[in-house]
Design a protein around this ligand. Structure first.
Ligand code: ZN
Length: 407
């Protein structure tokens, strides 16, 4: 067994939570802000104190490597991200990095032998709040974005990632990308949904992540005066659009495990006494089954067609983005299930709805994830919370999974 030290882990969690803590006990720690620089310094110091080799790459991803007994074996990568959303929570991302740190400390303390090297990683700019896009550090690492492209990204003030890294002292020497084959990647994260809490369970072994499609629809009607225009002559773009919004909501009733959302809607000309001539809105549809995602996108179009026929309006539909589902590696899922059983933790398997660094890592290695519960399913705000006993159950499962992967 690899037993973590719950008291030490809690002290560490509080120390890190103080760096960028908000008045309401949340966390405000945007990428390469003053708080993010301080937490990076804390991490580097803590890694050095467990005697691991620290390496920082050219986009600021931080690695700490504990050698195994076989210097030629491919390493196991463990970690997450220390940046937060604006006025976000203390658990999203940070918990994953600190589970990895506590794992290294527990292995040190108990002289846990492992054949493979184990590398902790803190990915730069997972949240995408200061610099777009999200998942920047892991995306660049796997080659989804080039290093030049990433360094040239700017925040709202026009500061580039390169400038921010240089002034923070975190533009490292190491090349960004796998420098050797990687055996596996493991990340613990808060669920950000209600399923574990509803089932009274502490840990989820994540099967994979939903695929999704982002659509944008524009409906064209005719604007006219709200008073003299009789109802029968109207071509009201908003009336057609609201029918479609309702239809998109009802689509989720036709399938198991599908989520559909209309999150943006603009009305033109947007005046109290004018019939709307143009409405643009988005749809976000997700499922673990890629064929169902394709079907949902088609059904959104059928809804548009029917609503526009009723109202005498025209439409255009564009798919902005489509991403297939991610399936995590069986080897990692099996190791995680065995670890949860050995740790005596109540767990389930589930599919995740949101993207994480682990999604990108599937492109270069066998990746997998563990979730711990989010109280009331709340996340990306200061109320984000996980009960400490669930954190400890998750950390023990994480450490034992890491041990199994590193044999
Ligand atoms: Zn996160």
């Amino acid at each position: 067994m690899t037993g973590i030290d719950p008291d030490r882990f809690r002290d560490t969690f509080e120390t890190y939570s103080d760096i960028g803590r908000t008045d309401n006990d949340g966390l405000h720690r945007l990428t390469l802000s003053e708080a993010d620089i301080r937490v990076r310094e804390q991490l580097v110091g803590d890694l050095e104190s467990v005697g691991v080799d620290v390496r920082i790459d050219e986009i600021g991803n931080i690695f700490g490597r504990r050698e195994g007994t076989d210097p030629d074996a491919a390493p196991v990568l463990i970690g997450s991200h220390l940046d937060s959303q604006p006025y976000g929570g203390r658990f999203d991302g940070q918990l994953g990095v600190l589970c990895a740190l506590e794992t290294l400390r527990a292995f040190d303390e108990h002289d846990v032998e492992h054949r493979r090297p184990i590398e902790l990683v803190n990915w730069t700019n997972e949240e995408g709040s200061r610099f777009k896009p999200a998942l920047m550090g892991s995306g660049t690492f796997v080659g989804e974005f080039s290093v030049e492209e990433t360094l040239a990204r700017t925040d709202a003030d026009g500061t580039t990632v390169k400038e921010a890294l240089e002034s923070a002292g975190y533009r490292g020497d190491a090349e960004c990308g796998p420098r050797e084959p990687i055996h596996s990647y493991l990340e613990l994260h808060v669920e950000q949904g209600p399923i574990l809490e509803e089932h009274g369970q502490s840990v989820a072994v994540v099967d994979g992540i939903y695929g999704m499609s982002w659509l944008e629809a524009t409906i064209e009607g005719t604007s006219d005066h709200a008073g003299p225009s009789p109802m029968h002559s109207r071509r009201d773009a908003l009336v057609a659009a609201t029918d479609v919004v309702q239809g998109i909501r009802r689509l989720s009733n036709r399938y198991d495990d599908v989520v559909t959302t209309v999150g943006e809607l603009t009305v033109e000309p947007g005046s109290i006494n004018v019939i709307p001539s143009e409405v643009t809105f988005t749809a976000d549809v997700r499922s673990y089954d890629d064929a169902i995602v394709a079907e949902l996108a088609e059904r959104v179009e059928s809804e548009l067609e029917a609503a526009c026929a009723r109202e005498g309006t025209e439409y255009e539909l564009e798919e902005l983005w489509r991403i297939e589902h991610t399936e995590f590696a069986k080897s990692v899922r099996t190791a995680a299930c065995e670890a949860a059983e050995e740790s005596g933790v109540s767990y389930r398997s589930m599919v995740g709805g949101a993207g994480h660094d682990a999604n990108y890592l599937t492109e270069v290695t066998d990746a997998g994830m563990l979730f711990v519960p989010s109280v009331d399913g709340r996340t990306h705000n200061e109320d984000e919370f996980t009960e400490w006993e669930d954190v400890v159950a998750g950390a023990n499962t994480f450490a034992e999974t890491t041990r199994r992967l590193s044999q």
